[in-house]
Design a protein. Structure first.
Length: 210
């Protein structure tokens, strides 16, 4: 455990070991601003704590304790997805369990994440791994995307070509005023793309009603 002394985690530098409390290991850390606090070691290693509360307010533009920007909450959410160790959780299976992680540059520094990504263009935008949806959260593979852009980038998305246009199912459904489930049901039943898109709802085919 002594080998952690001198290591840096974000703005923290570990200067000494501290007593265990509740079975959790705490270490005495010095922030870049000079303030010293006892910090839980696992929180620093996972990237949840990277500086003291005074510096955190400055970095995140917090006006009052407990307030964080949307970008900061997004950053924390990514770390939770990538570094949560719970093999029975759906989050673990979808992210960490598939090997999806966050690069070291972002993991240890919200400032670096914000510098690379910039502010959210609007409240409706969220983080999206693009162009490689199976890749990691890192510069060059992330963007602020709208709900439509996120839906079009899903690995289980299905593109349909008809009338010289190629769009994902959810966009065809929106254009036609029907549900995506209706179109998927028809395609799974063996309907052609043309029939699936042009047949009015409620019309049967091969004795099946969709």
């Amino acid at each position: 455990m002594n080998d952690v002394i001198g290591q840096q985690f974000g703005k923290w530098t570990v200067v000494a070991l501290a007593a265990k409390r509740g079975g959790r290991t705490y270490v005495l850390c010095r922030c870049e601003c000079g303030r010293e606090y006892e910090v839980r070691l696992t929180r620093m290693r996972c990237g949840y704590s990277s500086c003291c509360k005074h510096c955190r307010k400055i970095i995140h533009g917090a006006a009052t304790p407990g307030y964080f920007t949307a970008e900061y909450l997004c950053w924390q959410g990514i770390k939770q997805r990538c570094f949560t160790i719970n093999t029975s959780s759906s989050m673990w299976m979808k992210y960490a369990g598939r090997g999806i992680t966050m690069c070291d540059r972002w993991k240890h520094s919200f400032a670096a994440f914000l510098e690379d990504m910039g502010p959210k263009p609007s409240p409706s935008h969220s983080i999206d791994r693009y162009p490689n949806q199976m890749g990691n959260y890192e510069p060059g593979n992330c963007r602020w995307a709208t709900n439509d852009e996120q839906s079009a980038n899903k690995t289980n998305n299905r593109l349909l070509e008809y009338g010289g246009q190629t769009m994902p199912v959810f966009q065809w459904a929106r254009r036609l005023g029907v549900s995506s489930r209706l179109i998927y049901g028809r395609l799974d039943a063996g309907w052609s793309t043309e029939d699936a898109l042009t047949t009015p709802p409620g019309v049967s085919r091969n004795r099946q009603l969709f």
